[in-house]
Ligand binder design. Structure first.
Ligand code: IMP
Length: 504
């Protein structure tokens, strides 16, 4: 009897890394038309815009009919602004491609999903940008996060200052319970017996809270719906079990009715084989916040680099990807959380009477010029001088092969720009960057100063050669120090403020 040919079987005899049939399809080592976009600083680098630009680039390619955008880690602790046809949206969980008809948007198995917030975000997108075009898919294996994990995060904050920096979205506890195997997946919520599973979990949490003398139902958690309505951070109580279950039930019904969930594995198989589908892996947070290699303990709880794509999709490897872009802000780095980086500029609050130093005045100017305030919370972000030891380390550990710089317009001709070129230890000896806040304590940054330029002049520029000389010099300096090419920059807040230096 002739054996049925199984095109998708993972043959180990030829290449254990890739199915034989896939190998025949593409002779190149990487899968053509693939890109990953990851942050290499401390988050909020402007990755959403880069993803948006890459979607357009792919769609301008005649060979491409569809673009898949895959979120592989993080949850709605992230925030990115996307813009299309004068519609500007602040997204948190939904991939940046959702405004395009020709996209397949996947929230994959490595992502933490809070069902009610997801539904709120879908409604927000639809109210502001029109109906979603059946182009959003959730992995059934995504990590389920409810108000219980959020309440747990607030309990953790009481237990230890190490837990204080989190966004309150329950991301840490949700990932922790993936590792301790006590956590739930989206498929638990979709199952018939979901109510008893979640009721049991509620009872367990209630017991845990009572041992700390706390009432679970009165514990306050972020309220995304109210936040959107009030346009400022809002919170609510977890509520009694029936309230908790009712909220989840409503979100569950929407997910089921709209058939948002998928086994994403076959979806990836067909995307991989389709010659006219490009793929973008959309990173959230950044290498500096990576659970293992970031500023521990004030880190997020996932693998934020291109290496996280393996576990976050269960299918793709970083080696499959043609271009891995590391995104960073060119003249400075911003940070939210409790971490104090060696290059942190301690700005007094605006009402402070004290005269500001030159550095403080510059950081205050940067914060206003670049609007360095949280996407949802409006919280002012910390401003740090650009930190080359940290960036170099993050680039190396992220699997990045080229760089994209944002905020080239956040500069002025009168201020010099300070850049940390090296770390020195207490005795003035050179010290390497090592991950973890413990290793950054006591480190003294050594600075070099480079001349600034008229940032607003950059906005009109379409080619690298027409940029102000000092801006070009600064970019050259960074390429030289970081050892990687900067292939594009953004020069202002609108979509047009983007210069590609080469076919990237
Ligand atoms: P968590 O991810 O909510 O647990 O927060 C852990 C740390 O990561 C905190 O310092 C957060 O401020 C930071 N963080 C999480 N997501 C982002 C982001 O999208 N941008 C910047 N910082 C973030």
């Amino acid at each position: 009897m002739r054996k049925r040919k199984n095109n998708l079987s993972f043959s180990t005899s030829i290449n254990p890394r890739r199915p034989q049939s896939f190998k025949k399809l593409f002779s190149a080592k990487t899968r053509p038309l693939t890109a990953a976009i990851v942050g290499i600083a401390l988050g909020d680098e402007g990755k959403g815009r880069i993803v948006d630009n890459k979607i357009q680039t792919f769609l301008n390619n005649k060979k491409v009919k569809k673009v898949a955008i895959v979120r592989f880690q993080g949850g709605n602790n992230a925030g990115h602004t996307v813009e299309k046809d004068n519609i500007k949206l602040a997204l948190h969980l939904i991939p940046s491609g959702v405004l395009y008809k020709e996209t397949i948007n996947i929230v994959d198995r490595g992502v933490v999903v809070h069902p009610e917030d997801l539904v709120t975000e879908i409604n927000y997108v639809e109210e502001n940008a029109g109906k979603l075009d059946n182009n959003l898919f959730l992995s059934e294996e995504a990590i389920l996060c409810t108000d219980l994990e959020r309440a747990e995060e607030s309990l953790n904050r009481m237990k230890s200052p190490a837990a204080k920096g989190g966004t309150g979205r329950g991301i840490g506890p949700a990932y922790a319970h993936h590792y301790d195997r006590l956590g739930l997946k989206l498929y638990h919520l979709l199952a018939k017996d979901w109510e008893s599973t979640l009721f049991e979990k509620y009872k367990l949490y209630k017991k845990i809270f009572s041992t700390f003398g706390l009432k679970l139902e009165e514990t306050v958690v972020p309220d995304y719906l109210q936040t959107l309505e009030n346009k400022k951070a809002a919170s609510r109580e977890v509520g009694k079990e029936e309230v908790f279950l009712e909220r989840l039930k409503k979100a569950r019904e929407v997910i089921l009715k709209r058939k948002l969930f998928r086994n994403t594995f076959p979806l990836h198989e067909s995307i991989y084989k389709s010659r006219d589908t490009a793929v973008i892996f959309e990173g959230a947070q950044a290498a500096g916040l990576d659970a293992w290699l970031g500023t521990y303990p004030d880190v997020t709880s996932s693998n934020t680099s291109a290496f996280g794509i393996r576990e976050g999709t269960g299918f793709w490897l970083p080696e499959d990807i043609e271009k891995i872009y590391g995104v960073f802000k060119i003249p400075y780095t911003s940070s939210v959380g409790s971490r104090i980086m060696p290059t942190h500029i301690n700005t007094p609050n605006a009402s402070g009477k004290k005269r500001m130093t030159k550095d403080q005045a510059w950081a205050t100017w940067v914060r206003e010029d670049a609007h360095e305030y949280g996407t949802t919370t409006g919280r002012p972000r910390d401003i740090n001088f650009l930190d080359l030891p940290m960036l170099s380390y993050n680039i190396r550990m992220s699997g990045v092969n080229m760089l994209i710089g944002t905020h080239l317009d956040t500069a002025n001709p009168t201020d010099k720009i300070k850049v940390c070129s090296q770390y020195l230890d207490k005795r003035g000896k050179r010290k390497s960057y090592q991950p973890g806040l413990r290793n950054l304590t006591g480190v003294k940054p050594k600075y070099v100063e480079l001349s600034g330029w008229d940032g607003k002049e950059c906005r009109e520029v379409k080619n690298k050669k027409d940029l102000p000389e000092n801006a070009k010099r600064f970019l050259g300096f960074l390429e030289d120090k970081l050892g990687y090419p900067i292939v594009a920059v953004t020069t202002g807040p609108s979509r047009e403020n983007f210069i590609s230096f080469r076919k990237s």
